[in-house]
Ligand binder design. Structure first.
Ligand code: NAP
Ligand code: F7E
Length: 370
């Protein structure tokens, strides 16, 4: 009889952690996730999984070795997916030391937790590596052999994670690998990443809840995929015969401006772009009558980074041929549409909820509701 597969996911409350949990539960895994203490219990992305028999949550922290050693010993995972990170590139300039502790040394803590519990021959490890390693890119498109040139504190921390995984693979013969994932987005994406910031703003502007969206570098190029498609690859990487690193990307590139144009289009608004650099504006040419002629997108220096990665474009050939993964399951257009449709509904629902709250307050005051 096949041994039960037990997965431990760090970063389970994040975008990828939530999709990966669903994916592994559907495959019959026992799934354990690490959560950290916070003053607000914010587990929106996995709330629907809580109470599922094979789904377990534990308190630990990537900055706390003892908590990781104890948890790995208790859970005895057969696969670890190390997704936990301070994952916002711009924030890494403001909190570089914390980013290094979690995103670099955190990886080492996981590796050592496995070794301390003598699981190095039975537990495979997936490391959430990133296209940010290519940074100030030295070639396009980027593949597994492209030289790295990290260009932010986040990327430098992730580079340590990449190399320490490779080192432990060679030094201790451990099955540990990095997935070099290009940007992947979804309706669960954090609201300060550019795609979600745009889809939420497009929905709010279309519904009269926001006047203007302020962005940074509109020329930045990204290879954007759908997070739900990418978590399958994390799993496939650990099912491969040999431990290897893989680039996961769609192979298609777009600018931030193109993303915004399409998102507003799906929200019922057409934009025309005028001006350059800091003076560029997205003006409404058709849509709700009160918006036509207005500037709906403008550029703000606040969203420029000290160093910015501007030309990411992945070559997923290895993942396609060796893992049998399809990089085009969800197209760019479908991705933008999924996110906008979701946010149009969310904004409308938030509006209804706030009207209901206002009405309730009024009814309570007038004694209509007791
Ligand atoms: P995310 O939504 O920001 O989630 C990050 C997760 O890490 C959250 O669950 C967060 O917990 C947890 N975390 C942060 N600090 C922690 C700590 N000290 N101890 C324990 N947990 C901690 O990120 P994501 O988009 O799902 O990305 C998953 C991973 O892939 C990250 O490592 C990211 O760097 C990497 N990556 C992402 C992309 C992408 O495009 N999404 C591309 C390449 C690589 P809280 O919920 O408590 O904050
Ligand atoms: O920025 C530009 C910004 O913050 C994308 C993380 O998941 O993917 C993500 O990192 C681009 C950058 O993602 C705004 O300058 C313009 O060039 O959405 P982002 P990111 O930095 O690519 C990688 C692969 C990861 O590993 C990370 O964990 O968009 N941009 N205007 C803006 N970016 C933001 N956030 N906000 C703006 O207003």
């Amino acid at each position: 009889m096949e041994k039960k597969k037990v997965a431990l996911i760090t970063g389970v409350t994040g975008q990828d952690g939530s999709y990966l949990s669903e994916f592994l539960l559907a495959k019959g895994y026992e799934v354990h996730g690490i959560i950290r203490r916070s003053s607000v219990d914010y587990r929106e992305r996995i709330a629907h999984l809580e109470g599922t028999p094979n789904f377990h949550l534990h308190y630990a922290d990537m900055g706390d070795s003892m908590s990781l050693v104890k948890l790995v010993g208790k859970v005895q995972p057969t696969e670890i997916y190390n997704l936990a990170a301070q994952s916002h590139v711009q924030v890494s300039f403001d909190a570089p030391e914390f980013t290094a502790d979690v995103d670099a040394v955190g990886v080492l803590r996981i590796l050592e937790a496995v070794r301390t519990n003598h699981l190095e021959k039975t537990c495979k490890i997936y490391q959430a590596s990133t296209s940010e390693l290519y940074g100030k890119v030295e070639e396009v498109p980027q593949n597994e052999k492209t030289p790295f040139h990290p260009y932010s504190p986040y990327a430098v921390a992730k580079l340590y994670g990449y190399w320490i995984i490779k080192e432990y693979r060679e030094a201790y013969d451990m099955f540990c690998c990095s997935g070099i994932l290009f940007n992947h987005e979804s309706e669960r994406r954090g609201e300060t990443f550019v795609t979600r910031k745009i889809t939420l703003a497009a929905a709010r502007i279309a519904q009269g809840k926001q006047d203007c969206l302020y962005l940074g570098n509109l020329d930045s190029l990204r290879d954007w995929g759908y997070a739900k498609d990418y978590v399958e690859c994390m799993w496939l990487i650990l099912q491969h015969d040999t431990p290897e690193d893989f680039v996961i990307a769609t192979g298609v590139q777009h600018t931030v401006r193109e993303f915004a144009t399409l998102a507003f289009h799906y929200a019922g608004i057409e934009l025309r772009w005028e001006g350059e650099g800091i003076n560029e504006k997205g003006i409404c040419t058709s849509g709700p009558a009160n918006l036509v002629g207005k500037t709906l997108v403008a550029v703000s220096e606040a969203f420029y980074r000290p160093t910015d990665v501007v030309n990411l474009w992945g070559d997923p050939t290895k993942a396609k041929t060796e893992l049998g993964w399809n990089p085009q399951t969800t197209s760019f257009e479908q991705l933008v549409q999924i996110m906008v449709n979701h946010d149009m509904q969310k904004v409308a629902a938030d509006h209804v909820a706030s009207v209901m709250r206002t009405n309730l307050a009024e009814y309570l005051e007038k004694g209509i509701v007791k």
